[in-house]
Write a protein that binds this ligand. Sequence first.
Ligand SMILES: *Cc1c(COP(=O)(O)O)cnc(C)c1O
Length: 359
Amino acid sequence: MSRVYNFCSGPAALPEAVLKKAQAEMLDWHGTGVSVMEMSHRSTEFMSILASAKARLARLLNINDDYEILFAQGGASTLFSQIPANLANGYDSACYLDTGVWSTKAIKEAKKYLDVNLVGSSKDVNYITVPNLDTLPLDESAAYLHICPNETIGGVEFSGLPKTDLPIVADLSSTILSRKIDVSQYGMIYAGAQKNVGPAGVVICIIRKDLLARSGDNLPSTWSFANLAANDSMINTPPTFAIYLADLVFEWLEEQGGVDAMEAVNIQKAKALYDFIDSSDFYANPIEPAYRSRMNVPFTLADKSLESLFLEESEAAGLRTLAGHRSVGGMRASIYNAMPMEGVLALIDFMSAFEKRHG
Ligand SMILES: *Cc1c(COP(=O)(O)O)cnc(C)c1O
């Protein structure tokens, strides 16, 4: 068996220690004689796993009692519909900020439920920057403001928030737990697990409790945030194994020193890679430096005809899945929490050697 450095944008690399623990517990979880996959979701054992995942996440992100932690299903893409369906009940419109592909997809789904008030877009400059958050024409009577602070495909990230009394709803799928955030500034945070937390199949939602009152009775039962909260994320069978893996990742994060420690490493990883790209005429990243993502680093080769050779040789060197998203091409290195500094240094070494051979 040999493990490689996996730069996949998602489902992404998991910490090896987590995979080993899951492997060790696979056939017999804590003396029960069964795998977590084979347990009733209503058993005391699984309930303890769910409670542990919630408690660890609350500790990691300093989530206070004003918020409910929910585990939803259907991917972040389903939340694009669930959010307007739940949170815009009684409202005509919601504000949306467009910073790239995932914002655009969220907007497209929201339009089926309400009037989207587009408060800013960087589309006309090909999403290499982020609109000025201090001058967004927000409508304070809207249902909420939706943002995507890390655009996984474009590699654009922003950390500030606009000043508003609107509940801010943020898609943190590819950045949750990679940097400090102040949860109390958000109405709702959601994140598909398969980027920075665990396997696909579960979406983490952190929602301010007062917003649960907005969920109407006419919603499909499994879509209602209020119903999900009232049933502790178990209206129906939740993705038990994915929640278990998320709990193991949260445990690992606590062992690493929590979000502060991860953020420090993530800053170093991203800086090393961007510094290298900037120092070379062979590679380029188009994003305005202040908005470069720490998690997803897209880059191009000056000579596009070398791209397939780059991918072939990098794969052979144990650096997996460096192709950019099919919609943008080029390369992309996703360097989430589970990617160690050594993986980034191995990538830089490879890029440097490739440039010497072909530059
Ligand atoms: C991957 C991703 C999604 C979509 O997640 P699915 O689980 O495939 O629905 C949504 N938003 C962002 C920011 C993502 O990175």
